[in-house]
Design a protein. Structure first.
Length: 185
């Protein structure tokens, strides 16, 4: 039993060193290209070729993005060794993970999506707790924060200057303009 617990703990430590940066979508064409659905903008600043891990929910398989392109429908990628539709289809619906230490540098007022999850959302006028960030969505037009109230009710707010007035990473809080949010709800 102790060996199993130690193995589980080592696996959890390994997995916590990796951050999910994108989902792999369906194949495009016949030459090994596929859609990539990024979480935030991390994928945009990677220098290809780049080695990553892939897996359904956890980093398991080593892969390398050989080419990455932005087109009108988003991103598409070609992976080394995945040269046809059947091969790339084996990666469909996997997540791409990058080692935490390889994340790009960011300025103090920038945040990775995973850093925002779990932060408390407060009214910027009263400091009243509105809820907690449960997920950050990366829509084509904007990023959005999914907030869960204590009641369990969830809602999504745009991550723009009008709605989100301040992010305080050290306090673990996000201040929002509740008047704007009330208009959305």
């Amino acid at each position: 039993m102790e060996d199993s617990a130690a193995s589980d703990k080592a696996q959890q430590a390994f997995e916590s060193e990796y951050i999910a940066v994108a989902n792999i979508g369906k194949p495009i064409g016949l030459k090994g290209w596929c859609r990539i659905f990024p979480f935030g903008r991390t994928i945009e600043v990677l220098t290809v070729p780049v080695s990553l891990k892939a897996g359904k929910d956890t980093p398991r398989l080593s892969v390398e993005i050989a080419e990455l392109q932005n087109d009108v429908k988003g991103y598409k990628a070609r992976f080394t060794g995945y040269t046809d539709i059947e091969a790339i289809d084996t990666l469909k619906n996997y997540r791409l993970f990058i080692p935490r230490r390889q994340l790009p540098k960011r300025s103090p007022d920038e945040y990775f999506h995973f850093e925002l999850e779990g932060m408390r959302v407060l009214d910027d006028k009263t400091n009243e707790c509105i809820g907690t960030i449960v997920k950050v969505h990366n829509y084509p037009t904007t990023d959005a924060l999914e907030v869960r109230k204590e009641s369990g009710y969830t809602f999504v707010i745009p991550m723009n200057r009008e709605a989100v007035t301040k992010i305080d990473g050290s306090a673990g809080t996000i201040l929002i303009n509740k008047e704007i949010i009330d208009e959305l709800l």
